[in-house]
Design a protein around this ligand. Structure first.
Ligand code: T1G
Length: 689
């Protein structure tokens, strides 16, 4: 056949094996021989049944994403799946690892699907700004019903084999040897004799479906789409499967897919798919990683507790160290409560909770960290405190242990220099809540050893984090650009914009919330302490903090939060404060439009991103996108600040930065040389234009 598709015989059963490492994507060089194999086996009289299986660690993980945006080479997936359904003899998909996207659609083209008990199955296309374009939105509802199909397709979250069996998606689950199991299953079916009904004709669950209930579910989902087109298109296509004849629904699916794949949102989300994988590549593939089995976390506060949970969730034993028993018990109680909330929400079983809590050991003695392979410090954000902790760590930690700091701003070189082993020191900047947020900024200090970096990047993926390696500067990549984004927020208030107006521009842009609501959520005192430490000021926020108004946690900040609610209400006192301060500064308020707000907040942020690239603090522009999408809620449909800058137009951005630089004289508006350079080439290296 070909290197990528082979056919073997096991009695009357023909086994078609796809072998296209690393994830058996259905690239053109797979599709062509696959089509040929299936056509010839269909017509082969002495073949009683056909099994489709994959070599390597997984079943087909989808269409080849690298082929999107390029002319489609025939046969495309739809042609193969349509041909599959013309095969009268039983066809069985043997699933192991992941059956995702086009991979699950291939399996839906078969009469039967059997899976290994550890397999996962899903249609994650929505995460690429797409919808399942190989018939998945039309065939899946036939097996699992429209509502289940809707939730699987709009969430894009894969399900396990047991759930797939219960939902009617697969026909059997086995422990191991899926191909051999599939051959046995196939010959059994062949023995029973047909006819074998293609999935497309099993519309029993569709007919009975309740369109009203479906539309109600769609309305709920639409609220969460936040301007993303793909979730809406997914829902529309599943609805078509209920309302239209099969072939018409397929055509409609194809049209929706063609529109999405050519759109900026999908380009942005595909950019992020590859950007996340690029970011996790550190130099020295063959570097021996250090063994990490036992982890220590110093500090059981909000960050320390979340970090400890992130490691326990990853299966690591964790020693949590606190200065006092009282603080330790408080921290462990918070961890227990967080798990209890997950159990009450059904996202964790009571057993899992018990098992995870069993991984924790509390202590108030540094000596108990002596057997840890990695120790993460999450104490108060003050250099003197950090140095004192690292000095004590240096005395007790075993040789070769990795010492990490969770500082979000401070100089990791200086912290490392407070030990006798700076080569073992690295920054691990988690984002709150650390057991939930995906991003991990890994700060490479001057002396951080290459194997320490490689070990921590790999470890990050093992605990479900998205790692990005950054250099040492104040605020690293994320917080440094956040400061640039915020530098004009207060000026905009004094000149006439309101917190609600600015936040509305951000939510219209696609952010979960705007800077003022975000400040209130995180706590205004964090930025305040940081500004005080650096001798900087923010007139309105500082005044609120001096009055003890830190945001949600005090019930009052830029917004009011009555009776502990999380819903922000306008705060008339803040509006009066802004007017007073503006008058004090002789600033006459004026009408400010959404474009100006975007130009004076996001453009300086992009400019700061360019400076970060110039200084080598980030290795690629796409790393900056990964930081902002996974750590700061930058809308995925815009691909991150640097990708979005390409969509917005670098010339336009430079033009407006020049305008505001001339008008305000503020340095952060002065376009970075790299930005001008990139405007000439039209693209950041690492970010497709
Ligand atoms: N196409 C091309 N390359 C892919 C790929 C794909 N579908 N999936 C993975 N890769 C590359 C990836 O870039 C990396 O490359 C290497 O494989 C290992 O991946 C018509 C429209 C399967 C869970 O969305 O979720 O089907 O960096 O590091 O952590 O309806 O890969 O080494 O050079 O992620 O073990 C739908 C995408 C496609 C699933 C494995 N499918 N893949 O995770 O490895 S759209 C998906 C994943 C579609 C049809 C439509 C994960 C994984 P490199 P990795 P991993």
């Amino acid at each position: 056949m070909s290197n990528f598709v082979s056919v073997t015989r096991d009695g009357g059963v023909a086994v078609v094996t796809i072998d296209n490492p690393p994830v058996n994507a259905l690239s053109f060089h797979v599709r062509e021989p696959l089509m040929q194999a299936l056509v010839s086996l269909r017509d082969e009289p002495d073949v009683a049944a056909i099994v489709i299986a994959c070599a390597g660690r997984t079943f087909v993980a989808g269409a080849d994403i690298t082929e999107f945006g390029k002319p489609v080479q025939q046969p495309d997936l739809r042609a193969i799946f349509a041909m599959l359904e013309t095969i009268a003899k039983p066809t069985v998909a043997a699933i192991h690892g992941t059956a995702l996207g086009g991979g699950l659609e291939l399996a839906l083209g078969c009469h039967f699907r059997i899976a290994d008990s550890q397999a996962t199955l899903g249609l994650p296309e929505v995460k690429l700004g797409l919808l399942p374009g190989g018939g998945g939105t039309v065939r899946l509802p036939c097996l699992v019903g429209p509502l289940k199909a809707l939730s699987m397709i709009v969430s894009g979250t894969p399900i396990g084999a047991a759930e797939a069996l219960a939902a009617g998606l697969i026909d059997a689950v086995f422990d191991g040897a899926p191909t051999a199991q599939a051959v046995r299953f196939a010959s059994e079916m062949a023995g029973k004799g047909g006819p074998f009904t293609p999935v497309r004709d099993r519309d029993g669950r569709l007919d009975k479906a309740d369109l009203a209930a479906f539309d109600k579910a769609v309305a709920e989902l639409a609220k969460k789409a936040r301007g993303l087109e793909a979730p809406i298109a997914c829902a529309q296509s599943v609805r078509n499967a209920m309302a239209l004849p099969f072939e018409e629904a397929l055509v409609a699916e194809r049209e929706l897919f063609a529109k999405l794949v050519a759109g900026d949102q999908s380009r942005a989300q595909r950019h992020l798919f590859f950007a996340e994988r690029e970011a996790a590549k550190v130099a020295g593939k063959d570097i021996v990683r250090r063994k990490i089995a036992r982890v220590g976390v110093i500090g059981a506060g909000t960050m320390g507790g979340g970090i400890a949970m992130a490691f326990a969730n990853g299966g690591f034993s964790v020693t949590v160290l606190e200065a006092t028993q009282e603080a330790l018990q408080r921290g462990l109680a918070m961890i227990d409560k967080n798990y209890a909330v997950s159990v009450s929400r059904g996202s964790l079983s009571e057993d899992n909770k018990r098992q995870r809590l069993g991984l924790f050991k509390g202590s108030t003695a540094y000596d108990d960290l002596a057997d840890c392979d990695l120790i993460v410090e999450a104490v108060f954000e003050e250099m003197a405190v950090k140095k004192e902790v690292f000095g004590r760590l240096d005395a007790v930690a075993k040789p070769g242990a990795i010492l990490a700091t969770n500082t979000s701003y401070l100089d990791v070189n200086e912290i490392a220099a407070s030990t006798s082993r700076p080569q073992d020191v690295v920054g691990m900047h988690f984002f709150s809540p650390a057991n939930v947020m995906k991003l991990l900024e890994i700060v490479r200090a001057e002396k951080t050893a290459p194997d320490v970096l490689a070990t921590i990047v790999e470890l990050a993926r093992r605990i479900g984090k998205v790692p990005v390696v950054v250099g040492v500067c104040h605020g690293f990549v994320g917080n440094r650009m956040l400061a640039a984004r915020g530098s004009e927020s207060e000026a905009l208030l004094l000149e006439g914009a309101t917190p609600q107006q600015i936040d509305r521009v951000f939510t219209d842009f696609g952010w979960p919330m705007g800077p003022f609501q975000m400040g209130d959520l995180a706590g205004l005192d964090i930025g305040w302490r940081n500004r005080m430490a650096r001798g900087q000021t923010a007139m309105i926020s500082d005044t609120l903090c001096e009055q003890g108004h830190f945001g949600q946690k005090t019930g009052r900040g830029f917004y009011l939060y009555e009776n502990g609610s999380r819903t922000p209400a306008p705060n008339p006192e803040v509006e009066a404060l802004i007017r007073d301060k503006a008058a004090e500064k002789g600033i006459a308020p004026r009408a400010i439009g959404a474009d100006e707000i975007i130009e004076r907040t996001l453009y300086p942020m992009i400019n700061e991103g360019a400076k970060i690239l110039e200084e080598g603090i980030a290795a690629r522009a796409s790393d900056i996108d990964v930081v902002w999408v996974n750590g700061y809620g930058f809308p995925v449909g815009k691909g991150g600040p640097m990708f979005w800058a390409g969509l917005e137009g670098l010339d336009k951005i430079i033009g407006r930065l020049d305008h505001w630089h001339e008008r305000t004289g503020k340095d952060f508006f002065k376009p970075a040389p790299l930005l001008r350079q990139m405007a000439e080439t039209g693209a950041w290296e690492g970010v497709a234009s």
